[in-house]
Design a binder for this molecule. Structure first.
Ligand code: NAD
Length: 497
C-alpha cells in the first residue's frame, strides 16, 4: 500500500522495518482525526521485536550499502531529490498532516514546506562540510575528520510531526547514518510518508525505518539497544530525563528537545499592534500545542490595562474551527485526553485565585461537538510561582503578569526550570539587547515571535533540553570526530634511540 495515497481511511497501514513494508507485530490501533473523531488510519503498532529487528537490519544496511561511503555531494543529490519530492506532494502531505493531529491546513502546508527546506539545507550542508587540518606542533601532520555513527534513532512527538521528523532524518542521513524513526503513536503517517519518499529518491533500502508504537515499548528498545549509537529526542521533559538516564548507562550521546514555559516581555514603548499580534500568535497558534508557546506574559505596569484590553479582544476574535478552512486560526487539540489535561490546569489556576479574562471553556457551535476544541484562555492574578506559571500546559492557556522594571522582569522571567525561548517587545534597541542577553533561553525573539530558520541552531537550556538541532553544523551531532596524526619524521621516534 502506498502510504501517500490520499484516500482515507487507510485500513491496514504498514510500518517500515529497514525497508520492508509490513504489518507491525504490536497492538492494533487507529489514528483518529481530532476534528471529528473519524479514523484516518488503522494499523498494527511496531512491537519490541520489530524494533530490535529494525535496528539489527539497519546496522546491516549501514555496513552493506554504500550510503556511508558515498561522497558527500552524492548523498546531497539524493537529499535534494527528497526535498523536491516533498514539494511535489505538498498538498497530499499537508492534508495528511492535518488529519494526523488536527492542525489547520495553512499551518500544515507551512510544516511541509519547512520539511522540504530541511532536506535541501542538510543536503547542501553535507556537501560543504569541511574537515580540519590542525596546526602542526611536531613532526606530524594533524587532522580532525568526521565519520557517521551507524544506526541513530529519532523519537518524535505529535505536535509537528513532519517538521520534527525531517529535522532529525535529514541531518542523520546527510551524515551517512541509518535512521530508525519512532513517531508518536497517535501521529504515525508523516514519518511513514517520509520513509517512502526517501526510498523513491534513492536512499538505499534499510537505511530508513519507521516504527509507530508505544514509547514505553518501541522507544525503550531503541534507546537501550547497543547498536543504536545516538538518540535524537523531541518530547516532554519527564521522558527526556528517562532517556538521558538510559543513555548514561551505555555512554551514548543524546540530544533532547524538551518542554518550555516561555516568557514574553512587553515594554511600555512597544508597537502595540505588533506586540498584540505577536503575543496572540505566540501562545494561540497551533492551539498552544507548541514547545515554544509564549505561555507567560509579562507586561510593564504602565501599559498593562490598555494592553490586556486589546489582547483579550484579540483572543475572543480568533477563529476556532474546521482545520480544512484556510480562515481557521485554531483547530482542535490533539485528543480528548489532552483537552482534559488542559482543563485540569485551568481548574487548578482558578483554585489558585486566577481571574479568567477570556476562554476557559469548550467552544459550542456547529461542527465542534465531536472535536477536541478549546477556547483561547487568558488568566491574570496568578503569581509567577503558581502551578500555571510553573508547569507546561501545552495548550491555549496564557498567564499574564504585570512587572515594574527590568530587574524585576528578568528575575521573574528566569525563575523557571525551563529555558527554551523568550520574546521581547520594545522599540529601545539597547534595552532589547540587555534583556535578550540577560534572559535564560535557547532562542530569543525581538519584536517577533515563533519564527524559524533552518540555518539557525535551536534547543533549550535547563529542563528544556540538551544539544542543538538545525544550523549548518547540526549535521556534526550525527557524526563522530576522529583525529589523524601522520608521521612526517625522517628518523625513527627518538625514544628508541
Ligand atoms: P512525550 O515525551 O510523551 O513523547 C514524545 C515521544 O517519546 C513519543 O514518540 C513517545 O512515544 C516517546 N516516548 C515516550 N516514552 C518513552 C520512553 N520511555 N522511551 C523512549 N521513547 C518514549 O511527549 P509528547 O506528549 O508526545 O509531546 C509533547 C512534549 O514535547 C511537550 O512537552 C513539548 O514541549 C515537547 N516538545 C518539545 C519540542 C522542542 O523542540 N523542544 C518540540 C515539540 C514538542
Amino acid at each position: 500500500m502506498d502510504p501517500l495515497e490520499t484516500s482515507l481511511p487507510l485500513r491496514d497501514q504498514p510500518i517500515c522495518v529497514a525497508g520492508e513494508w509490513r504489518r507491525g507485530r504490536g497492538d492494533r490501533y487507529a489514528s483518529v482525526y481530532p476534528a471529528d473523531g473519524s479514523v484516518s488510519a488503522e494499523l498494527n503498532a511496531a512491537s519490541a521485536d520489530d524494533a530490535r529487528e529494525a535496528v539489527e537490519r539497519a546496522q546491516q544496511a549501514f555496513v552493506a550499502t554504500d550510503w556511508a561511503r558515498r561522497r558527500p555531494h552524492e548523498r546531497a543529490r539524493v537529499l535534494h531529490r527528497v526535498a523536491d519530492a516533498i514539494r511535489a506532494r505538498r498538498e497530499d502531505l499537508a492534508q495528511w498532516q492535518r488529519r494526523d493531529n488536527g492542525k489547520p491546513i495553512n499551518e500544515t502546508r507551512a510544516l511541509v514546506d519547512s520539511a522540504a527546506g530541511t532536506f535541501q539545507f542538510f543536503g547542501s550542508a553535507c556537501e560543504t562540510l569541511e574537515d580540519q587540518l590542525t596546526p602542526m606542533r611536531g613532526d606530524q601532520l594533524t587532522m580532525s575528520v568526521h565519520e557517521p555513527m551507524g544506526v541513530v534513532a529519532a523519537i518524535t512527538p505529535w505536535n509537528s510531526p513532519i517538521a520534527s521528523e525531517a529535522q532529525k532524518m535529514a541531518p542523520a542521513l546527510a551524515a551517512g547514518n541509518a535512521v530508525v524513526v519512532k513517531p508518536a503513536e497517535i501521529t504515525p503517517l508523516m514519518a511513514l510518508a517520509l520513509a517512502r519518499i526517501c526510498e523513491e529518491a534513492g536512499v538505499p533500502r534499510g537505511m530508513v525505518s519507521v516504527l509507530p508504537g508505544k514509547g514505553s515499548v518501541v522507544g525503550d528498545v531503541l534507546v537501550k539497544h547497543p547498536l543504536v549509537r545516538r538518540v535524537s529526542f523531541t518530547g516532554g521533559t519527564v521522558t527526556g530525563r528517562a532517556i538521558a538516564h538510559a543513555a548514561a548507562e551505555k555512554m551514548m550521546p543524546v540530544s533532547l528537545e524538551l518542554g518550555g514555559k516561555s516568557p514574553t516581555m512587553v515594554f511600555d514603548d512597544c508597537d502595540i499592534d505588533h506586540a498584540v499580534a505577536g503575543v496572540l500568535f505566540g501562545i494561540f497558534s497551533s492551539s498552544g500545542e507548541s514547545c515554544i508557546a509564549g505561555s507567560r506574559l509579562f507586561v510593564q505596569k504602565g501599559l498593562y490595562a490598555r494592553f490586556m484590553e486589546r489582547l483579550v479582544a484579540g483572543a475572543r476574535a480568533l477563529r476556532i474551527g474546521d482545520p480544512v478552512s484556510e480562515r481557521t486560526q485554531m483547530g482542535p487539540l490533539v485528543s480528548h485526553a489532552h483537552r482534559e489535561s488542559i482543563e485540569r490546569h485551568v481548574a487548578r489556576a482558578l483554585a489558585d485565585g486566577g481571574r479568567l479574562l477570556a476562554g476557559g471553556e469548550r467552544p459550542t457551535g456547529a461542527g465542534r461537538e465531536r472535536g477536541c476544541y478549546y477556547t483561547p484562555t487568558i488568566f491574570e492574578g496568578l503569581a509567577n510561582d503558581s502551578a500555571l506559571c510553573r508547569e507546561e500546559v501545552f495548550g491555549p492557556v496564557l498567564a499574564a503578569l504585570p512587572f515594574d522594571d527590568e530587574d524585576d522582569l528578568i528575575a521573574q522571567a528566569n525563575d523557571s526550570v525551563y529555558a527554551l525561548a523568550a520574546g521581547i517587545w520594545t522599540r529601545d534597541y539597547r534595552r532589547a539587547w540587555r534583556v535578550a542577553r540577560a534572559v535564560a533561553a535557547g532562542t530569543v525573539w525581538i519584536n517577533t515571535y515563533k519564527q524559524f530558520s533552518i540555518s539557525t541552531p535551536f534547543g533549550g537550556w535547563r529542563d528544556s533540553g540538551i544539544g542543538r538541532e538545525k544550523g549548518r553544523l547540526g549535521i556534526l551531532a550525527y557524526m563522530e570526530q576522529k583525529s589523524l596524526y601522520w608521521g612526517m619524521n625522517a628518523a625513527p621516534l627518538p625514544w628508541c634511540a
